[in-house]
Design a protein. Structure first.
Length: 286
């Protein structure tokens, strides 16, 4: 039995192109990018090939601690997924250009081509998955409610909010917005805020809403930072746990496959869990 390995078409094309280059008088050897394409068959149209060639990736983000946040004093970006993007860039030797958006227009800007990766915490929704391609996932996230401490005796669990006389605040574009009818079928009133996620807590502080619904880590951090009036409702029992990860555009299988296994790698080796604990402690939740 022969032990020779047949490279197939890839090996043939590689040999032919390299041979043609070597035989030409004064011809230069293929550059690093061409050599990588010959070795991997990654199409030049893929984001993966483009960012390696250009040496830079455009990444969109929206703020929600501990996943992605900006220091109010220095303007420096930080967070779990910010660190992960930096790790990815270091591994493939490229730079990152950041573009801040709100969650409400995050997927629109991605599809428009403003950036090639939305690198903040984007919780899974079927409606989102119809227009953007989720990768990973990197983590999972539940939802909690934040209430005013003056209502702590009135509301003990999420079930206490399931009443038509209750008013719920939610940020426009947040994944929790379309989930409210499923979590609270008694149809409480809903008011929305625009902008960054934590602005949804303002109506609760002003007592124009009974509760703010958001991601579990968002609510826990906000309550810790605003202990004078804010209370996380039943924080040990988050609801509606869903994948929490990055998104890209549809139609780029090589980029998708690369990121899928990158995410798996970080989850399996415990890096995401380590970063979660680090940033929760850094922001004062522990």
């Amino acid at each position: 039995m022969s032990e020779q390995v047949n490279d197939g078409k890839r090996g043939f094309l590689k040999t032919a192109m390299l041979g043609a280059g070597a035989s030409a008088i004064g011809a230069a050897a293929p550059g690093p990018v061409l050599a990588q394409m010959l070795e991997t068959n990654i199409p030049e149209t893929s984001v993966l090939a483009k960012i390696r060639k250009e040496g830079v990736i455009n990444v969109g983000y929206a703020q929600t601690g501990p996943w992605f946040y900006k220091d109010a004093k220095t303007g420096e970006l930080g967070g779990i997924y910010k660190d992960v993007v930096d790790m990815l860039a270091k591994e493939i030797q490229i730079k990152v250009e950041w573009k801040e958006v709100t969650f409400a227009n995050s997927t629109v800007a991605l599809r428009r081509g403003d950036y090639d990766l939305f690198g903040s915490s984007l919780v899974y929704l079927v409606q989102r998955a119809l227009v953007v391609n989720y990768v990973g996932p990197l983590y999972s996230k539940g939802v909690l409610f934040l209430i005013h401490k003056d209502n702590a005796d009135r509301f003990k669990t999420a079930a206490d909010l399931n009443h038509p006389d209750v008013t719920i605040s939610v940020t426009t574009g947040a994944s929790e917005e379309p989930r409210i009818p499923l979590l609270l079928p008694a149809k409480p009133k809903v008011i929305t805020t625009t902008g960054q996620i934590t602005l949804g807590a303002e109506p609760v502080r002003a007592k124009r809403a009974d509760a703010w619904i958001s991601g579990d880590s968002d609510v826990i951090l906000f309550a810790k930072r605003n202990e004078s009036w804010a209370v996380a409702l039943d924080p040990t029992h988050p609801l509606d746990r869903r994948p929490n990860t990055w998104v890209i555009r549809y139609g780029d299988q090589e980029w998708k496959q690369f990121l899928d296994f990158w995410c798996t790698y970080l989850v399996v080796n415990g890096e995401i869990e380590r970063l979660f604990k680090h940033h929760m402690e850094k922001l004062g939740a522990a």
